[in-house]
Design a protein around this ligand. Structure first.
Ligand SMILES: Cc1ncc(COP(=O)(O)O)c(C=O)c1O
Length: 389
């Protein structure tokens, strides 16, 4: 079966890849199937003949992909939300007194909500830095820093504006000032090259089910120095089992319990697929699709585009006079075009760009075609024009 040709989804134009990518590459589906056809195998935990040790293989593949120096410091979790929670709460567990934290208006609720909860219970005080031209400037972070600032959490790529943040200078500044820096790469990983040797962040978060082409339920983080993060989950690791103390070695330090083996297999195959196609080609195609989409929407005055030059293949828009959810509903029902509507779990961005009412988001993947973009933009323009007749 070819991508996009699966039975009841025949003819579907799926433009919701920033939520979860679809279709998955055939190699991903094959690897998931293979992982389920063979017994679970992981060196140190289980013994099973010639099956692939997917956790070890995927760790190696991801470490190469992100240019992460320490393979065993790639940790698997359920998703980016799980990673961010483990890192944010793990960082605060080590704190002996309340401290100041900085985040940004670009964040997803997977950052904003854990930080809000910690602010509410008095563990942290929080400053939220505004974006300027869809970017978080180093100067804005510097302005927010106080004597007791110990943590900064920010996104690499915005899931609404599609803007990629210039992480390197921020990371270098924070490192020089001994402030722990967690970066959420949920939207950037798989779309653009990420070289962690040139981007000195303290923790980098990724998710499997978006541009890395894995299945839902797998994600992770890279944590070069684990000592800053307390262990918030304990359990079986298959190592040092006579001791009631959680092992301190990486990766078992943060990986208790049985892994999401098919999920890890999917991530392994997803990254291999990307490497086969090449990130440069993926990036180029993303820009081409995005620009053709934006140029087409610009032909209709009543379509408001919120991000005319995104770095990631994401276009956010609304139509004057029609509710966003109605637009999404009509596109799905009448045109078989799947978008995402609402606040996209990033409420602070919407307070700035659309007064908090949300927008319609179209997001593309390697499998999206220019023809699909043409059909979708014709449909959106038709909806807009019919509303104003
Ligand atoms: C920027 C950003 N961070 C975090 C997340 C959460 O990702 P996950 O679904 O893997 O928990 C998302 C998901 O949309 C996102 O866009």
């Amino acid at each position: 079966m070819e991508p996009g040709q699966q039975n009841e989804c025949e003819g579907l134009i799926y433009l919701n890849n920033a939520a979860t990518s679809w279709p998955k590459p055939p190699g991903v589906i094959a690897e998931v199937t293979k992982s389920l056809q063979n017994p679970y195998f992981e060196q140190g935990r289980t013994t099973a003949g010639g099956a692939i040790d997917y956790p070890a293989a995927a760790r190696e593949t991801l470490a190469n992909f992100f240019h992460a120096e320490k393979t065993d410091h790639i940790i698997f979790t359920q998703n980016a939300t799980d990673s961010l929670n483990q890192l944010i709460h793990g960082f605060t567990w080590n704190a002996t007194a309340p401290f100041h934290t900085i985040t940004t208006e670009l964040e997803h609720n997977s950052v904003l909500r854990p930080l809000h909860a910690l602010e509410m219970n008095g563990t942290i005080t929080l400053t939220t830095v505004p974006f300027t031209h869809h970017q978080i400037r180093l100067a804005a972070i510097k302005d927010a820093i106080r004597a007791d600032t110990r943590l900064v959490v920010m996104t690499h790529g915005s899931n609404v504006l599609g803007s990629v943040q210039d992480i390197k200078p921020i990371a270098e500044y924070l490192r020089a000032n001994d402030i722990f820096f967690i970066v959420d790469g949920a939207q950037s990983a798989g779309h653009i090259p990420i070289d962690l040797t040139c981007m000195p962040v303290d923790a980098f978060v990724f998710t499997g089910h978006k541009a890395l082409f894995g299945i839902p339920g797998i994600g992770g983080f890279y944590l070069p120095d684990p000592t800053a993060i307390a262990i918030t989950k304990q359990g079986g690791t298959g190592s040092d089992s006579g001791s009631l103390r959680q092992p301190m070695e990486m990766p078992t330090r943060f990986e208790s319990g049985t892994h999401n083996y098919p999920g890890i297999a999917s991530l392994y195959a997803g990254v291999q697929f990307i490497e086969g196609v090449g990130l440069a080609a993926i990036e180029r195609k993303g820009r081409e699709l995005t620009q053709s989409f934006i140029q087409a929407l610009k032909k209709t005055d009543t379509i408001v585009i919120y991000n005319e030059s995104p770095d990631l293949p994401i276009v956010s828009f609304s139509i004057d006079g029609i509710n966003n959810s109605e637009v999404g509903f009509i596109l799905a029902r009448a045109y078989n075009v799947i978008t995402r509507t609402g606040l996209h779990c990033a409420p602070l961005i919407h307070q700035r760009i659309d007064g908090g009412s949300g927008c319609v988001r179209a997001s593309f993947s390697w499998f999206t075609t220019l023809e699909e973009c043409r059909v979708a933009t014709d449909a959106i323009r038709e909806v807009a024009e019919s509303a104003h007749r």
